[in-house]
Ligand binder design. Structure first.
Ligand SMILES: [Zn+2]
Length: 149
């Protein structure tokens, strides 16, 4: 739960996102984003946005950090900090909100802009109608799911 994260903890997480932001690969937009996800174990998993000459191939920093969380087998996420140099805090995009929701519906999102102006919200507030997989196992065709191949 986000409630166990005090101000010092939030500041440290934003600092981690701010530090990794410099390593973002964004040669096309020049919009560098760093993300840092704190898990209950106390570990911080980092991500940066990664652009590509074929634009849709690129991925947001938040989802890159989510990959690091899963890769570490450390999935009990508490908070994610997102650092940009935008003039106002930039919340995660809808795609990342969906991915963060599946990681933890209670994850606290802390967006930090240039000058560390911040905006905070729990991810279910960012994307209140997040897709929860309803119908994936019970929808049309589900009865055939085990019949493939
Ligand atoms: Zn995103």
């Amino acid at each position: 739960m986000s409630t166990i994260l005090d101000q010092a903890g939030k500041d440290a997480l934003v600092a981690a996102a701010r530090e990794v932001q410099a390593r973002a690969y964004a040669p096309y937009s020049k919009f560098l984003v760093g993300a840092a996800i704190l898990t209950r174990s106390g570990r911080v998993h980092l991500g940066v946005n990664v652009e590509n000459a074929s634009y849709p191939v690129g991925a947001c920093a938040e989802r890159m950090a989510i990959g690091a969380v899963y890769a570490a087998g450390d999935g009990d996420a508490i908070a994610v900090a997102i650092a940009t140099d935008a003039p106002t805090p930039v919340m995660c995009c809808g795609m990342c909100a969906q991915a963060l929701y599946e990681l933890s519906p209670e994850i606290l999102v802390i967006a930090s802009a240039r000058g560390d102006q911040r905006r905070e919200a729990v991810v279910r507030e960012v994307l209140p109608y997040a897709y929860q997989g309803e119908g994936l196992l019970t929808g049309p065709g589900a009865d055939k799911a085990g019949d493939a191949a």
